[in-house]
Write a new protein. Structure first.
Length: 219
């Protein structure tokens, strides 16, 4: 027999979960700000580094998620792709107040490319939009983190929501070596949310400083 207390607790938990859902992004941003010691960094090149030290680092690209490309608010996935015609490789990146920005050699005048909010079990998304519109996508969740295995903590890792350990590249088919294309996922699940099988391998996002002297990252 269920008691009145049981139903009261159940109702309270449902109310709390309903209220908390829209706050997920802001909660993540608050946690990220509290745990970050280096909120600004750059300019730098950005690579993925597989866990296997014998495998090479690969530069990341931004690949449009929708075609034809819209004139504004273009959404991209952070990816790796072997084909030179696949996606665009930023000339460099910067981290400013925990927002990650990409810069290209042929920029669209008056437009910026910045990170969007994190999505669990989804690709890392970026948006290109005019400088006024892009502000509504701003999500300060990134941080420069020391590399414990590198000299002086360099080259550093990008972390999100306090951790550099939650990134993977995923494909729908097993691949040997580097896949033709793989989006970088945040907190990937295997199998995915759709129940389909997929193959993921953990990576770090490595920041290679392009300054004359590599910018230090505090411990």
């Amino acid at each position: 027999m269920f008691t009145r207390g049981f139903f009261t607790s159940l109702l309270l938990s449902l109310v709390v979960s309903t209220i908390a859902t829209p706050l997920d992004a802001s909660i993540i941003e608050e946690r990220a700000a509290a745990s970050c010691k280096k909120k600004d960094y750059g300019p730098f090149k950005l690579f993925i580094a597989p866990e296997d030290p014998q495998r090479e680092w690969l530069p990341v690209k931004l690949i449009d998620l929708y075609t034809p490309r819209p004139t504004n608010d273009t959404i991209h996935a952070l990816s790796i792709c072997a084909n030179a015609d696949c996606g665009r490789t930023p000339a460099y990146w910067t981290l400013e107040n925990q927002v990650l920005s990409a810069f290209f050699l042929d920029p669209q005048e008056g437009f910026k490319t910045i990170n969007m909010a994190l999505q669990t079990d989804g690709p890392l998304k970026f948006v290109t939009s005019d400088e006024q519109s892009v502000k509504r996508y701003r999500s300060p969740v990134w941080c420069a983190k020391r590399n414990s295995s590198g000299a002086n903590g360099l080259p550093g890792y990008l972390s999100a929501d306090g951790s550099a350990e939650n990134f993977s590249i995923c494909t729908n088919m097993p691949s040997f070596g580097t896949p033709e294309r793989a989006d970088i996922q945040y907190k990937a699940r295997v199998p995915g949310q759709d129940g389909l099988e997929r193959y993921c391998s953990k990576v770090h996002l490595v920041m290679q400083s392009i300054g004359i002297v590599a910018e230090p990252i505090p411990a």
